[in-house]
Ligand binder design. Structure first.
Ligand SMILES: *Cc1c(COP(=O)(O)O)cnc(C)c1O
Length: 414
């Protein structure tokens, strides 16, 4: 294992696929073409002096190749973190037991008691609950929720205590595109950290290249691709990742949401074909969204020319990976939405009534009554999440035409 992460964070013409390929030339312990799993929870040092130096942060994975303990850096987990960082074009990265652990860890690291967050109103339900309910009670950190596409509203929400501006590259489930360059400029003006959750858009958008300071991922979704693993990652500067792992003050080190090295190994085998999968999810989502729109349905997909952020998406997204695997369709009432999903699952076998996304098949859910149910009715209205809105994460099993016939059949029977 080469001890040095190639720092692509300042490279011009950054290409995430090339960046990842550079890292792949690392060999397992016995020359295996895949990295080895380091299952140890504790690590030896060759001389006793090294141990206190690791505790003081003077030795570490990239400073002398030193490891301490499994809840601190683990070599296998560290390599996966470097792969995610390479994909994002960031200096450093580390992995966590879940996406929420990554988000909670980053926010608690950056915000002290009494600090303030400005966040998009349309974020993942768990993130929303963390900021709106959990933090004010537990730590006195308060959040102002804004329409992230209204830059004037974003800027006005800042206070002297604002430490973080938080957005999703593509919002859940409203699929609005964050103008990361503009948000980065606003955060910079106020000395705040711009955190972007890039779970919906791995490879499609490179938030750090556009002005984000920290990128978080739920690896549970597209990066796993099989709906079998819950995991997360944080990418940032070397200093920021080191701060999360500090043995005295690091939120990941002290709160302990550690990724198991066996999980890191499994995920590392899925990163090389992530680009193929993301492109196919996007190709099929665009195909179905286009045909549904032609038939007059209310579909929201950033790849459609009438999407309010289509021009922005074309500017920020990498064309070879498309516009993402998710679209929403508004069926006007919860009852119609439920019937549509039941038909698609139980009659047409198009997909599953299940939360989550990025799976090889098609999970679909009614956001207002499932993944966004943490929001009050008022908050749902304000975020534009209507009761009949069905979110579909388009998979790539079956043929396109077979899947289209199934989708059409459900609409005919509605
Ligand atoms: C799923 C999800 C999360 C939370 O990730 P977990 O791995 O379930 O903890 C955070 N953000 C977004 C956008 C998600 O879709």
């Amino acid at each position: 294992m080469s001890p040095q992460t190639p720092d692509t964070s300042r490279a011009k013409d950054f290409d995430p696929i090339e960046s990842l390929a550079t890292l792949r030339h690392e060999f397992g312990e016995h020359g295996g073409v895949n990295m080895s799993i380091e299952a140890s929870t504790t690590f030896t040092v060759m001389d006793a002096e090294t141990m206190p130096r690791i505790f003081h942060g003077e030795r570490g994975p990239e400073i002398g190749g030193c490891y301490l303990y499994g809840r601190h850096f683990n070599p296998t987990v560290y390599v996966l973190g470097r792969q995610i960082a390479a994909m994002e074009g960031m200096a450093s990265g580390y992995c966590t037991a879940s996406g929420m652990a990554a988000i909670a860890g980053v926010l608690t690291q950056l915000c002290d008691s009494g600090d303030h967050i400005v966040s998009s109103r349309a974020v993942y339900g768990g993130t929303f609950a963390l900021m709106s309910d959990y933090f004010p009670k537990k730590s006195g950190v308060r959040t102002s929720f804004v329409d992230i596409t209204n830059l004037a509203e974003v800027e006005t929400a800042f206070t002297a205590k604002t430490k973080v501006l938080y957005a999703e590259s593509l919002s859940n489930p409203t699929l609005r595109v964050a103008d990361i360059p503009e948000l980065g400029a606003i955060a910079k003006r106020h000395n705040a950290t711009l955190i972007v959750d890039n779970t919906f858009c791995p490879l499609i958008v490179s938030p750090a290249k556009l002005g984000a300071d920290v990128v978080v991922h739920s690896l549970t979704k597209f990066i796993s691709g099989a709906s079998d693993i819950v995991a997360g990652a944080v990418c940032g500067s070397n200093e920021f990742i080191a701060s999360l792992m500090d043995v005295h003050t690091g939120s990941l080190m002290l709160l302990g949401p550690t990724m198991d090295p066996k999980i890191a190994h499994e995920l590392s085998l899925r990163v090389p074909h992530l680009g193929l999968r993301v492109a196919e999810h996007g190709r099929r989502a665009l195909n179905f969204a286009t045909r549904l729109r032609e038939r007059g349905f209310h579909v929201v997909y950033p790849g459609l020319p009438d999407h309010p952020d289509h021009a922005l998406a074309k500017r920020l997204f990498r064309p070879e990976f498309g516009f993402g695997g998710l679209f929403t369709i508004d069926l006007e009432s919860k009852e119609r939405a439920f019937r549509f999903m039941e038909l698609l699952q139980n009659r047409d076998r198009f997909g599953y009534m299940a939360v989550s996304l990025g799976y090889f098949d098609t999970p679909m859910s009614c956001s207002a009554s499932s993944t966004s149910s943490e929001l009050s009715d008022d908050a749902l209205r304000a975020a534009g999440i209507r009761p009949g809105l069905v979110r579909m994460s388009i998979g790539y099993t079956g043929s396109v035409e077979q899947r289209w016939e199934q989708l059409e059949d459900a609409f005919k029977r509605l």
